[in-house]
Design a protein around this ligand. Structure first.
Ligand code: AIR
Length: 174
């Protein structure tokens, strides 16, 4: 097999300016970002929902304000790693979903979070996520709506044939 026919060769042709081939590491279908370690518990319902549906996921702690370069790097590499949806959650001045969307064409689902430090009960985070400028959309679920973000991610994946082989969901019999 020639270099051009190999996975590395094809990748180098498709994304030469985005990512050195040696840095390529396969990622999950859903990438979850949180702005702080203090947000972790509020995102657990999203992880539980994705796991129950058999959807691969990863969680990274990256703040739009404290780690802006890492956020840009993660976001710009996500698609080529195989990530198909990004869930970004933050409290207070929640720039994270927007900062992610500025660096990727993948769909971004924002989760506004309550925070012990908020002065606005979470409305600050909601407005930060909802009020994106024209041309850079992010979806926004309800305050602390981590589970809904995961369900929405599953629906997005189902549209593109990216839905993995998952065990059947338990049927609710009423
Ligand atoms: N945050 C962190 N960087 C930017 C923002 N908006 C958010 C976190 C968390 C809140 O600030 O998402 O909800 C408080 O973070 P910490 O680390 O001080 O507990």
């Amino acid at each position: 097999m020639s270099q051009a026919e190999s996975k590395e060769g094809l990748l180098a042709e498709v994304v030469p300016a985005v990512l050195p081939v040696e840095d390529f590491e396969r990622g999950p279908l859903v990438g979850i970002l949180i702005g702080s370690e203090s947000d972790r518990d509020r995102l657990q319902p999203a992880i539980d929902e994705l796991n129950e549906r058999g959807i691969s996921n990863e969680l990274n702690v990256l703040s739009a304000h404290r780690n802006p370069q890492e956020v840009a790097e993660y976001s710009s590499r996500a698609a080529v790693r195989g990530v198909r949806v990004i869930i970004a959650a933050a409290g207070m001045s929640a720039a994270l979903p927007g900062a992610v969307a500025a660096n990727t064409d993948l769909p971004v689902i924002g989760v506004p979070l309550t925070s012990s430090k908020t002065v606005a009960g979470g409305l600050d985070a909601i407005l930060s996520i909802v009020q994106m400028p024209p041309g850079v959309p992010v979806a926004c679920v309800s305050l602390d709506g981590a589970r809904n973000a995961a369900i929405l991610a599953a629906k997005i994946l189902a549209q593109g044939g990216g839905y993995p082989d998952a065990p059947p969901r338990p049927q609710v019999v009423s």
